[in-house]
Design a protein around this ligand. Structure first.
Ligand code: 13P
Ligand code: SF4
Length: 324
């Protein structure tokens, strides 16, 4: 039995609030081709919340924050996974699906946090703080995960830190996430000096200016923002938690202190909410486009591989997180 695919025209209705009609013809051909290629190759597309709306709402099968993508990657029933996101997310999907082909449409889609630390750095931290468990943010390479006891995401970091039952933990590599978690727990946290190049640019002065310009605006921040930003925001949480907050509270006017596409993607679901738009673009997330997703499916590129010695230890750290 052949399954009928949605047409690009029918999908436009969904995203018309955030994609002007003049831009749509540039997307429609790639969208129809990608929908057909997914069916032909038994492929699924996993897309992070920071992907642009024509990817997030029109071709993705599974969307979410890093934690949701890792959890849902475990249950994928397809031969091919295309990861519309950054390289560490594709590696995590591969770790959890060693027998499947995992493709990333652009190998240059990195992350400033993942680039801030190496496996050798983690070994040095262990030597410096003997016996202290290492919690590693998923925004790291598989080689760094392999040196860790357990991974975390911004969605479960507090629960992971407290699950270890030790008076102190090493938490790598995001200094601000570590400090934001330290403010919520009695566990002593030893941090690294990594920063997200997108979230470190938000300041508490930005929040004060926004509140002055838009009285009553609700400010939601990602915990990769500096602690003073999180302290002045009305709520801080992972990208999924931010999206959930908007759905539950439906603030009249909101600003999301995070990557720009979040506002577009959440706005599609909540037309009644007014989104104020100062935001910062992640240049790595923006390397993924409809054109290179289409090319990935046609040319079977770029295949994500992980050294088996690294993969076994890194998988253990990710699976231990998912079990919490
Ligand atoms: P989330 O886990 O909240 O989706 O964050 C991932 C990320 O890269 C944020 O910059
Ligand atoms: Fe990395 Fe920051 Fe981009 Fe997320 S937004 S992928 S943490 S650089």
């Amino acid at each position: 039995m052949s399954v009928s695919l949605p047409t690009a025209a029918s999908l436009y209705d969904r995203v018309k609030r955030v994609i002007p009609p003049i831009e749509w013809p540039a997307f429609a051909g790639d969208i129809e081709a990608i929908l057909a290629l997914k069916a032909k190759r038994n492929a699924v597309i996993l897309a992070h919340n920071y992907q642009t709306p024509e990817i997030f709402h029109c071709v993705a099968d599974i969307v979410g924050d890093s934690l949701a993508l890792a959890r849902k990657a475990m249950a994928v029933d397809a031969d091919i996974i295309v990861l519309a996101g950054v390289h560490f997310m594709a590696e995590t999907a591969k770790l959890l699906n060693p027998g499947k082909t995992v493709l990333i449409p652009d190998l240059g889609a990195g992350c400033s946090l993942a680039d801030s630390i190496t496996a050798a750095d983690v070994r040095l931290m262990r030597q410096r703080y003997p016996g202290t468990p290492v919690v590693t943010y998923v925004n790291t390479s598989a080689a760094v995960k392999a040196e860790s006891d357990v991974c975390c995401t911004s969605g479960n970091a507090l629960a992971v830190v407290e699950s270890l039952g030790t008076p102190r933990v090493i938490m790598l590599p995001d200094e601000y996430l570590a400090k934001n978690i330290a403010a919520q727990t009695k566990v002593e946290i030893i941090a690294w000096k990594g920063h997200c190049e997108v979230h470190e640019r938000f300041s508490s002065a930005d929040i004060r200016e926004l509140r002055e310009a838009h009285p009553g605006v609700t400010v939601l921040a990602h915990p990769e923002c500096p602690p003073e930003v999180v302290a002045e925001a009305d709520f801080a949480g992972s990208t999924a938690a931010i999206s959930g907050y908007v759905g539950r509270h439906k603030p009249a006017r909101v600003v999301l202190m995070t990557e720009c596409s979040m506002s577009d993607n959440v706005a599609v679901e909540h037309p009644e909410v007014d989104f104020v738009r100062p935001c910062n673009l992640c240049p790595h997330m923006k390397r993924i486009t409809l054109a290179n997703i289409r090319a990935a499916l046609v040319e079977n590129r770029h295949i994500v591989t992980i050294d088996p010695n690294v993969a076994e230890r890194a998988r253990h750290a990710v699976e231990r997180m998912l079990a919490i």
